[in-house]
Design a protein around this ligand. Structure first.
Ligand code: NAD
Length: 475
């Protein structure tokens, strides 16, 4: 663990093993921290806060640029580690390192753009000055599915704003977190400004993060159930909260779209990270007029998707994170098949060699999916594309909105009015219009409803780490 500028063991002296999800091999072990370790990290951050907040925005920007450069230089080794620990194909890991680095550059730039305001007064001898200052110590909890970029997406804005940060990394991917923290050490960030606690049991650390009065802000990325619970605890202690949670993205193909192009987009998007992405499409609504062409193209594309260890050439779908994840996907697929869906491609676990030691599910296409099947409402987090054929264009937006989630949605249409209306009417935070990659460091990322609170990335991202202060001056 990294506390106050040093790599340290857990106070208990305990460690836990980390495994490769493609092979089941133990690839390393890390300290198993607890509540007291979390408190020590918070104490270091609290101690560092005053001096860090007093650095100039330009000094903080220079350090973030340095970390960005190191991350770019280390792309190869970081990507190899990510594939070994998280399982995604090497090319996807390389892309994630690039995406993660983008947040450091963007927020290095953004650090110097935090400005205030001078407001008019009705009274001649009064002035108002508005200032934005760092909120204080940030506690951050990150998931395993994007084990490096989810750290930098929080570090970039927090550090740029002048806040020290304490991480609790996901128990499946602590080594990726260590490698990112090492970058910040090597870039020269002062002791206490960046801290990392690793732990097998996240609960005691979550308790400390949400109750310790020195923590002023909680930022969490993970499941809706855990996010709601932690946000509740943190809010009752009046901490600032942002949470990026689950999703259940609709992907709508309108009758005026090219169904073949839409299917190519869906096939490219759905199997990224083995479907373990909060913005992965979970309901593919295709109008009857284009359904045959769409399904035919999907069958052809999904059949070509190659599962396997992420280190192997040509593999585009790696393992799932663990057996529980495979069980969940299998349960959803069996439920759908029992209720009348078909699986023209895949539909089963992969258990024969070379898959027998890892956690694999076959890239799957489900057709004939309908409301009433578990997969229609529950987040899948696996390589399964469920297709729903619809008739009524006026109803499809309402069907898409009929979910407690509100993170991402995708629309295919060649008609500007249809696309614009869908963009306006869909109750989701991120909408891809004929675009399967609507994310970037400079773009706001976040959800509505049960998908979360707040935005990451973009100019909005840094505001989550700033307090507003008003000064009234009587002359
Ligand atoms: P998870 O909620 O189980 O775990 C996420 C993090 O929370 C991990 O670090 C875990 O250790 C920690 N955690 C779990 N229980 C905790 C507790 N009681 N107290 C404190 N910390 C606790 O989710 P997961 O299975 O790791 O990740 C998958 C989920 O994350 C999906 O639902 C996905 O949609 C969501 N996700 C959302 C985004 C986004 O930006 N919106 C990004 C990636 C993943």
């Amino acid at each position: 663990m990294y506390i106050n500028g040093e790599w340290v063991e857990a106070l208990s002296g305990k460690r836990f093993d980390v495994t490769n999800p493609a092979t089941g091999e133990v690839i390393g072990d890390v300290p198993d921290g607890g509540a007291d370790d979390a408190r020590a990290a918070i104490a270091a951050a609290d101690e560092a806060f005053g001096a860090w907040a007093s650095t100039t925005a330009f000094e903080r920007a220079d350090l973030l640029y340095q970390a960005w450069q190191l991350m770019k230089e280390r792309t190869g080794e970081l990507a190899a580690l990510m594939t070994k620990e998280q399982g995604k194909p090497l090319r996807a890991s390389t892309n994630e390192v690039g995406y993660g680095a983008d947040f450091l550059r963007f927020f290095a730039e953004e650090a110097t753009r935090v400005t205030g305001e001078w407001l008019p007064s009705k009274t001649a001898n009064q002035r108002f000055l508005v200032l934005h200052q760092p909120v204080g110590v940030v506690a951050a909890i990150t998931p395993w599915n994007y084990p490096m970029s989810m750290l930098t997406r929080k570090m970039g804005p927090a550090l740029a704003a002048g806040c020290p940060i304490v991480f609790k990394a996901a128990e499946a991917t602590p080594m990726c977190a260590q490698a990112i923290i090492q970058l910040f050490h090597d870039a020269g960030f002062p002791p206490g400004v960046v801290n990392l606690v690793t732990a097998l049991d996240p609960k005691p650390i979550g308790e400390v993060f949400t109750t310790d009065p020195r923590v002023r802000k909680l930022t969490f990325t993970g499941s809706t159930a855990v996010g709601k619970m932690l946000a509740g605890q943190a809010a009752s202690n009046m901490k600032r909260v942002s949470v990026e949670l689950g999703g259940h993205a609709p992907f709508i193909v309108f009758p005026d779209a090219d169904p073949v192009r839409a299917a190519k987009g869906a096939a490219a998007l759905k199997y990224l990270n083995s479907g373990q992405a909060c913005i992965s499409p979970n309901r593919l609504y295709v109008h009857t007029s284009g359904a045959d062409a769409f399904i035919e193209t999907m069958i052809e594309r999904v059949s070509r998707v190659k599962a396997g260890p992420g280190t192997e050439d040509g593999v585009t779908v790696g393992p799932l994170v663990n057996e529980a994840a495979v069980d969940k996907v299998e349960r959803q697929v069996i439920d759908a098949l029992d209720k009348g869906a078909q699986a023209p491609v895949g539909g089963t676990r992969l258990i024969e060699a070379p898959f027998d030691k890892g956690h694999f599910f076959a890239p799957t296409l489900l057709t004939g999916v309908a409301d009433g099947m578990t997969i229609y409402r529950e987040e899948t987090f696996g390589p399964v594309a469920p297709v729903i054929v619809y008739d009524d264009v006026d109803e499809v937006i309402a069907m898409a909105n009929d979910t407690e989630y509100g993170l991402a949605a995708y629309v295919y249409s060649d008609n500007m009015s249809t696309a614009l209306k869908a963009f306006e009417q869909l109750r989701f935070g991120i909408i891809g219009i004929n675009d399967v990659n609507p994310t970037a460091a400079q773009a706001p990322f976040g959800g509505m409803k049960d998908s979360g609170l707040g935005r990451e990335g973009s100019r909005e991202g840094i505001r989550e780490y700033l307090e507003t202060k008003l000064g009234g001056f009587a002359l």
